[in-house]
Design a protein around this ligand. Structure first.
Ligand SMILES: Nc1ncnc2c1ncn2[C@@H]1O[C@H](COP(=O)(O)OP(=O)(O)OP(=O)(O)O)[C@@H](O)[C@H]1O
Length: 376
């Protein structure tokens, strides 16, 4: 799939923008703070109905404006698809083919994007929350049910934690209500753990292959999913459900003392093992970066496998962070296969023989001009 057209109205520093893109490589070139990342963010918002850099949608609305609109046309095997996201101070609206969508979990997944930014290079050594978010955003794009379960889990977890606090401070005492919440949480939690287990197993195969190629067979990458039960003991969602229920009973005293839910998929993590050692603790910065790159490339393959189409790749100033070997591997893998948007302040140092003849856009102070493509 690829993004053919993008229109922005009052999005960040863009008042009005209307662009048509190449299905291959699009380079957004400009000085710092001109709006290159804002443009990638708009594409991300069109795909996932939320920003990759913040939770507050209001920050996306141009200062002083009442609303922001991002619309685009996606070309897929089945034809063109218009998508639209409208953000206002009252909330957000999503439209597929000009029709309002009631549920954002239904909207997400029409347009698949993979974003790779310098902060992703921190994925391996960053906090577990970053890795959970990575799994949720990537898996959520290709599985509506997963996204729905995550939303439900978060809502119930919030209610349950609130209720545990009330019990802790003796503002409530009905333990039957706690049982009801525990049962609901165990239900959604079990589905999430089982889905993550399966997703990570599939993704590990692709990531291992990518990692081997980048390191010229020197390194073996493995994933270890760290959840409520050891990875190898997970058999199905029913088993996890009963296990969680049992654990909530066993930990009741502790939860009442702490006033919070002490276990469940909201505490999950994943460890990346290279040649039998955890890269988070023992890997060099270079090895950690290779893992991050292998993960991103594995995601592209996952989306392709699940949807039958390649996603769109957004590279936010990341090429300059990769050495020649990794840069070459990345560009070779995407060449002629994946529509790519790449932001940079300069193309100097980017392997020209691989990047080929991209379509270039100049970005300056919220204005984008199409520079002559080198192929013309
Ligand atoms: N809601 C908003 N309304 C108007 N302008 C905004 C808004 N949010 C951010 N900006 C402006 O957008 C600009 C930043 O753009 P962006 O983050 O896309 O930079 P960039 O071109 O990617 O630069 P860099 O290379 O430094 O990452 C800043 O000038 C900032 O003031």
């Amino acid at each position: 799939m690829y993004l053919k057209e993008l229109k922005l109205k009052n999005f960040r520093n863009y008042s009005d923008l209307d662009l048509t893109f190449s299905p291959q490589i699009n380079v957004l070139i400009g000085e710092n703070a001109q709006g290159k990342t804002n443009l990638l963010e708009a594409i991300y918002v069109l795909a996932l109905a939320r920003s990759h850099r913040m939770n507050d949608d209001k920050a996306l609305i141009k200062w002083g404006a009442d609303f922001a609109k991002v619309s685009g046309v996606i070309e897929r095997k089945l034809g063109s698809l218009p998508l639209e996201i409208i953000l206002s101070h009252q909330g957000k609206k999503a439209r597929i083919n000009h029709l309002d969508q009631d549920r954002l979990s239904q909207y997400v997944g029409q347009f698949n994007v993979i974003l790779f930014a310098p902060e992703d290079l921190e994925l391996v050594k960053g906090s577990p929350a970053k890795r959970r978010r990575f799994i949720d955003m990537e898996f959520g794009q290709i599985n509506h049910q997963y996204l729905y379960n995550i939303t439900q889990y978060r809502n119930i977890l919030k209610q349950r934690n609130l209720y545990l606090r009330q019990l802790k401070f003796h503002e409530a005492k009905d333990l039957v209500y706690l049982d009801i919440l525990s049962d609901q949480l165990a239900g959604f939690g079990a589905e999430i753990v089982w889905a993550r287990h399966q997703f990570l197993q599939q993704m590990a195969v692709f990531a291992k292959e990518q990692h081997q190629q980048i390191t010229q067979q020197r390194e073996q990458l493995q994933f270890v999913y760290q959840t409520v039960l050891p990875d190898e003991e997970l058999t199905d969602s029913d088993q996890i459900y009963h296990f969680l229920q049992d654990q909530y009973q066993k930990n009741r005293k502790r939860e009442l003392q702490q006033g919070t839910t002490v276990l469940g998929p909201h505490r999950d993590d994943v460890a990346f093992i290279v040649n039998d050692r955890n890269v988070q603790d023992f890997g060099s910065q270079g090895q950690q970066r290779t893992v991050a790159l292998s993960l991103k490339l594995a995601e592209i393959q996952m989306v392709k496998q699940q949807t039958g189409e390649a996603p769109v790749l957004l590279l936010d100033d990341v090429l300059s962070e990769l050495d020649d070997l990794r840069q070459t591997h990345l560009l070779h893998t995407i060449k002629n296969q994946v529509q790519t948007f790449l932001t940079t302040t300069s193309l100097d140092g980017v392997a020209e023989e691989i990047i080929g003849k991209p379509t270039i856009f100049q970005v300056a102070a919220g204005q984008v001009t199409s520079a002559t493509t080198e192929s013309e």
